[in-house]
Design a protein. Structure first.
Lengths: 192, 153
């Protein structure tokens, strides 16, 4: 699975801890037809994310963004921001970390899921030292042009429960459990 | 201008921007190495992006090649805005993106942005809307995005 290609880039503490097996516990993932819309209670993420300078810097490096506010601590500390400023899409890393690998709410890890675009709101920039937790809930489910869409909400809070941002995520999901099985077997699981 | 981007540049103010103004474009050449590095950065290890062998039979997008992460394409588009907004302490508050076509290894992703709306609310709340788009080197549209940027004063 290109593991050698991945391993050489793993430098941060979280990257070294995180399991790269995308199919691990895939049998616990919810497919489109299984999502329970009678229960819209928020679901807590499995982990919290303590923001370190290395997390912010690596994200900007990976997208080849050389903005010194994102990757030069000395420069950023002397700026009016008084610290590193993460890229606006840095929250992606936080969400994948916090969601975890099992159970309800981890729809973005569903084998075969596709990303048709996302809606994000940023209330405050993330800062080094903050500890972020997330809450999720399903939001809408619909069929359009033969594809099965899930819309869900993820809200990100810091350690003081200050709301930092929100994502209304949209995914095209496998409709049935058999669709996931086909994907795991290396067959076409979701029609394009 | 100083060698550190943003230093020595004139500050962008609400009065100084106009509808139709284009932001500085950027482009990124993408390869499998870029997909792997973005997978590590985002912690999204979907084999659609990371496993060139697996996609040969799975063909999740109807092709036998890996594709770039959608959030990578969105990140590229947003760099056009953050390069413009961050040095002037402007706040990126809303991002509404749509991905149209997946990015394939070997392509060059070109991102552009233009100020499409200027909203006069009050000091500290005035904002602009920036329309972004990402295209490959042949002009194929890969994604679009509307972003709101608030001026602090």
């Amino acid at each position: 699975m290109g593991k050698k290609g991945l391993a050489k880039y793993m430098t941060t503490e979280k990257q070294k801890q995180f399991d790269t097996d995308f199919f691990k516990d895939a049998e616990t993932y919810e497919v489109w037809e299984e999502i329970d819309f009678s229960n819209l209670n928020e679901i807590d993420g499995q982990r919290t994310f303590e923001i370190k300078a290395e997390d912010i810097k690596f994200y900007s490096e990976a997208i080849m963004d050389d903005n010194p506010l994102m990757n030069d601590e000395e420069f950023a500390n002397k700026s009016p921001y008084r610290g590193l400023v993460p890229h606006p899409i840095f929250g992606t890393q936080i969400i994948f970390w916090c969601i975890g690998e099992k159970g309800r709410g981890n729809w973005i890890r569903t084998p075969g899921a596709r990303n048709p675009g996302q809606y994000l709101e940023i209330y405050e920039n993330f800062r080094v030292g903050e500890v972020i937790h997330i809450k999720m809930r399903p939001y809408d489910r619909y069929v359009k042009r033969g594809k099965y869409y899930l819309r869900y909400e993820i809200v990100l809070y810091n350690q003081d429960n200050v709301k930092k941002g929100k994502c209304i995520g949209t995914l095209i999901l496998p409709k049935t459990r058999r669709d996931i099985e086909k994907f795991l077997e290396g067959e076409r699981g979701v029609e394009i | 201008m100083n060698n550190k981007r943003g230093e020595g540049m004139s500050k962008v103010t609400f009065d100084s921007v106009e509808v139709g103004e284009e932001l500085a474009p950027m482009s990124r050449k993408v390869t499998q190495e870029v997909f792997w590095k973005y997978a590590v950065a985002s912690l999204d290890y979907n084999p659609v992006h990371c496993d060139p062998e697996w996609v040969k039979t799975a063909r999740p997008f109807g092709i036998t090649k890996t594709v770039g992460h959608g959030m990578m394409t969105i990140s590229f588009m947003l760099t056009v805005v953050s390069n413009w907004a961050y040095p002037s302490m402007l706040k990126i508050t809303r991002i509404d993106s749509k991905l149209i076509w997946p990015v394939i290894s070997g392509w060059t992703v070109k991102c552009t942005g233009v100020i499409s709306e200027k909203h006069f609310i009050s000091s500290g709340k005035n904002y602009v809307v920036i329309d972004l788009k990402a295209e490959n080197q042949y002009g194929k549209l890969l994604g679009v995005c509307k972003t709101e940027v608030v001026f602090p004063d």
